[in-house]
Write a protein that binds this ligand. Structure first.
Ligand code: AMP
Ligand code: MG
Length: 339
């Protein structure tokens, strides 16, 4: 298949929207990561997204909308919790898991009776959704298991020849995927951490007398080589191999001076054995910068044929630090050395 690489112009956004409306696949920028979009109400189109990504079909997609009012068409009841979260964080990097309307295809929700919905703040994404005239189902625009794409060239690398078009926009501002919060129950529960943190969410629902919980599965460390079959966390995406760079990766955790010394030591030892070693070490408290750069660094190391990646752990007591660590641990198959 020939993939159209489209500069972002009004005509090209219209062309991309027409492709989506016609059941085709288009990758597009959002503020979090690039998405691979299809008409969310067209089961056949959504089926092609799974095929293009090599994604397991029980891993649900996020449905992207352009206006808050559209939520009421995807879920039977908009609760006060949903209203409060929408008011505070939409448009923006927050996905709410809600009960789904019967008309939403199983392909979109991975067969679940819930659906993840998000209203992105990115203007290109919003224009595309508006012009296509349908909600757009979109997971990240990468081959399943690879680091999420935060630049247009990442999408080209993974999906050229497999999808109909790519809107070649800007680099993504946030760099990690949206926070996913389950609001189907009385207590909002974070299924995937992101740049909008537990504290941020709690502040928004405080007036309703609500707390926000973390899914306990977020604290389960599952090694990369354990089979997918027996692992059934609530957010389906959590069970698959994720964000894996080609190199072997090790996280070093502890007091910063010790971490730096250990990284230097391991780097020297491995280079002496002829290995090409890459280091990821973010500045103290530079959590948003870490989120912005993390996936791009993994992909850069793949291109440079790095054999081993040594990464300094981030402080998980910070909400954004926790979100980046969630990705870092998965990339490293949970290999962590405490110093
Ligand atoms: P991706 O954008 O590739 O990270 O994929 C979307 C992710 O959103 C999935 O892997 C899930 O973690 C989450 N998600 C979407 N819909 C639901 C849902 N109905 N229930 C739980 N998690 C969901
Ligand atoms: Mg993904």
């Amino acid at each position: 298949m020939e993939t159209k690489l489209l500069d972002v112009t009004t005509e090209n956004i219209e062309l991309a929207a027409a492709l989506i409306a016609d059941g085709k696949l288009v990758a597009f920028p959002t503020e979090t990561v690039y998405g691979l979009g299809a008409d969310a109400m067209n089961g056949r189109a959504v089926g092609k997204v799974y095929a293009a990504k090599g994604r397991p079909s029980d891993n649900p997609m996020i449905v992207h909308i352009a206006e808050k009012e559209e939520l009421a068409r995807l879920t039977p009841v908009v609760t006060p919790i949903m209203e409060a979260l929408m008011e505070t964080f939409w448009p923006g990097p927050l996905t709410m898991v809600v009960r789904k309307m019967p008309g939403i295809p199983d392909a979109t929700t991975g067969g679940l009776d819930t659906v993840g919905v998000r209203m992105p703040s990115d203007e290109i994404a919003r224009k595309l959704i508006r012009k296509s005239g349908c909600p757009i189902a979109a997971p990240s625009a990468n081959i399943s298991g690879r680091p999420s794409p935060t630049k247009p060239e990442h999408v080209v690398e993974d999906l050229q020849g497999r999808i109909d078009a790519i809107l070649m926009g800007h680099d993504c501002q946030v760099g990690i995927e949206s926070t996913v919060v389950d609001v189907t129950d009385d207590i909002p529960t974070i299924l995937r951490p992101g740049i909008i943190t537990q504290k941020d969410l709690e502040k928004a629902v405080e007036k309703l007398g609500k707390k926000v919980e973390m899914d306990p599965a977020l604290f389960v460390n599952r090694p990369r080589d354990v089979s997918d079959k027996d692992f059934k966390p609530k957010a389906p995406g959590m069970k698959y191999k994720h964000y894996a760079p080609k190199a072997e990766m090790l996280i070093i955790s502890g007091e910063i001076s010790k971490v730096k010394a250990e990284i230097e030591k391991l780097k020297a030892e491995n280079e002496a054995k002829g290995k090409n070693v890459g280091v990821i070490l973010f500045g103290d408290h530079q959590f948003k910068e870490a989120a912005h750069d993390f996936f791009a660094k993994l992909r850069d190391f793949d291109v440079q044929a790095v054999d081993m990646i040594l990464a300094g752990a981030l402080d998980s007591n910070d909400g954004v630090g926790f979100a980046v660590m969630n990705r870092m641990l998965k990339s490293a198959g949970y290999s962590i050395l405490n110093v």
